[in-house]
Design a protein around this ligand. Structure first.
Ligand code: HEM
Length: 495
């Protein structure tokens, strides 16, 4: 059988590591032009087969999990960080059950209590932090600057821990555990994916940090069970403590602990990266900043000049805020490559690519298959001015139809139900910042809620502008983050 074309490279084992590592999106786009929608590149001895376009997304994300396996692709990176017996360190059927448990913790009546808590955290943050302090500014016309990623990282962890993670984690994060969390994070990088174990400090620190944090969660769970104390709001630990596997057994304490660590890691960089890119674009487009602000004034400003807290259900009726988030996720999806490992030789459908009219490509067992929705999200054949960050495209039914993976037919485009946050649930959509299929993100609604509430609280108080060139993406981290300098200028609004 024919194998997909292999990307030409100089050094046999090293392969295309350099050009891939520098800018994976550009690498995929250039290979796509040269070889078509499927090609294999060599990355330090591994065969990585990339499939592009909506068909390529469908091939990887819609594939059977017995053929294309996520745990084989990720476990050596994630298990030392999350811990044993959860996510990719258990059979896929158990992960599916664990995702159901987490969804139970992410239900709407929990969300409703989270919005005022997030608003409060952000407001406190804006009072206290040295690098982003609006309430202490004396002169209303004074401009200050803040490093957007530093600020968004801190706000993200404060708000996620106050809501999902619960009060005990919220208190330890700012106190004694900040360094421990950062050591754990230091073990969650592309290097740790490439080299599962090396005698380096980052690996040792990761293992020590995992143990400390896992013990912390276990002790929280035990204390709660013993004291039966009442919470400010229902959080994820409380939800998980109520759940049972289909077999009838409850989750063990270490399993709850490890799911909590997984959620922390899954949400932290994805949301703080999205929030950072969003703020940078808004600062770069003051007219959009003004539209966001006016939308807040119209909907939430009370006659006495105070602000009313946004309700969870109201977010979807704020077209400016909604399209600013959607568009940021289109241009800067935090996860640029989604991977699976091939367990049995798999034939590539002719609709994706074929070597000849009647031929079929076969991807061999042991290959990694990668999809990159980032490429289809920037494809000029699908999106007008595809590289431009333009939230107004989301109020254009044609743009919406494209995003939903459908041809636009007159009024059809306007009729599509886009739901909340998500545009399309299919595995063959060109727009998939949250993935699709079996392994699809379950944190999407929480991320939308958190981002909406954070952005609204900030934009109500300050004007933003960008005085330095727009930052380039850093692909050396697992999540695509803006490189330095990434300072945003801000000024307190005059009421
Ligand atoms: C899966 C993106 C926030 C929890 C995924 C996947 C993507 C993604 C692309 C699919 C991975 C794959 O197929 O291999 C994002 C983005 C976020 C975000 C862009 C924010 C803007 C969150 C949050 C949580 C979370 C806040 C938790 C509260 C998960 C979980 C999975 C997942 C549990 C399932 C993994 C699996 O089934 O293999 N996410 N995520 N995510 N995400 Fe998120």
């Amino acid at each position: 059988p024919s194998r997909p074309p292999v990307v030409w490279h100089w050094i046999p084992l090293f392969g295309s590591a350099a050009s891939y590592g520098q800018d994976p999106i550009k690498f995929y786009q250039e290979c796509g032009e040269k070889y078509g929608n499927i090609f294999t590149f060599i990355l330090l001895g591994r065969r990585c087969t990339v499939t592009l376009g909506a068909e390529g997304n469908n091939f990887v994300l819609g594939g059977k999990h017995t053929d294309l396996c996520a745990e084989d692709a990720y476990t050596h990176l994630t298990t030392p960080v999350f811990g044993k017996d959860v996510v990719y360190d258990c059979p896929n059927e158990l992960l599916m059950e664990q995702k159901k448990f987490v969804k139970f913790g992410l239900r709407n009546d929990n969300f409703r209590t989270y919005m005022p808590m997030i608003e409060d955290e952000v407001t406190q943050f804006m009072k206290k932090q040295d690098h982003f302090r609006i309430f202490q500014m004396n002169d209303i016309n004074e401009w200050g600057t803040f490093d957007v990623l530093d600020v968004m990282s801190e706000i993200t962890i404060l708000t996620a821990s106050r809501t999902l993670q619960g009060p005990e984690v919220r208190d330890t994060i700012t106190a004694s555990y900040a360094d421990v969390f950062s050591d754990l994070d230091g073990g969650f990088t592309p290097i740790h994916w490439l080299f599962p174990s090396l005698p380096l400090p980052s690996y040792r620190k990761r293992d020590i940090a995992h143990k400390k944090i896992s013990d912390l969660y276990v002790s929280i769970i035990r204390k709660r069970r013993e004291s039966g104390s009442k919470l400010e709001a229902p959080d994820m630990i409380a939800s998980l403590m109520e759940q049972k596997y289909r077999s009838g057994r409850a989750l063990k304490d270490h399993e709850i602990a490890h799911i909590m660590i997984a959620l922390l890691m899954a949400g932290q960089h994805t949301s703080s990266a999205t929030g950072s890119w969003l703020m940078l674009h808004v600062a770069d487009h003051p007219e959009i900043g003004e539209a966001l602000y006016q939308e807040q004034v119209k909907n939430f400003r009370l006659p006495n000049g105070k602000w009313r807290t946004m309700d969870f259900e109201e977010i979807k009726d704020l077209p400016v805020l909604d399209s600013v988030i959607r568009e940021t996720l289109r241009v800067h999806p935090p996860i640029h490559s989604i991977m699976r490992k091939v367990r049995t030789d798999i034939a590539v459908p002719a609709t994706l690519a074929s070597p000849s009219e009647n031929g079929t490509y076969v991807v061999p067992t042991g290959d990694y298959v990668w999809s990159s929705p980032a490429v289809s999200q920037l494809d000029p054949r699908i999106w007008k001015n595809s590289n431009e960050w333009d939230p107004t495209r989301w109020s254009d039914p044609q743009g919406m139809a494209a995003a939903a993976g459908r041809a636009y037919e007159d009024s059809e485009g306007a009729k599509i139900d886009y739901g909340f946050g998500l545009v399309s649930k299919g595995t063959d959509s060109p727009y998939q910042p949250f993935g699709a299929g079996r392994h699809r993100c379950i944190g999407e609604q929480f991320a939308y809620l958190q981002l909406s509430s954070v952005i609204a609280t900030v934009i109500r108080q300050v004007e933003l502008k960008l005085e330095t060139p727009f930052p380039q993406p850093n692909y050396q981290t697992l999540i695509t983050l803006p490189k330095k300098p990434r300072a945003i200028s801000y000024r307190r609004r005059q009421f």
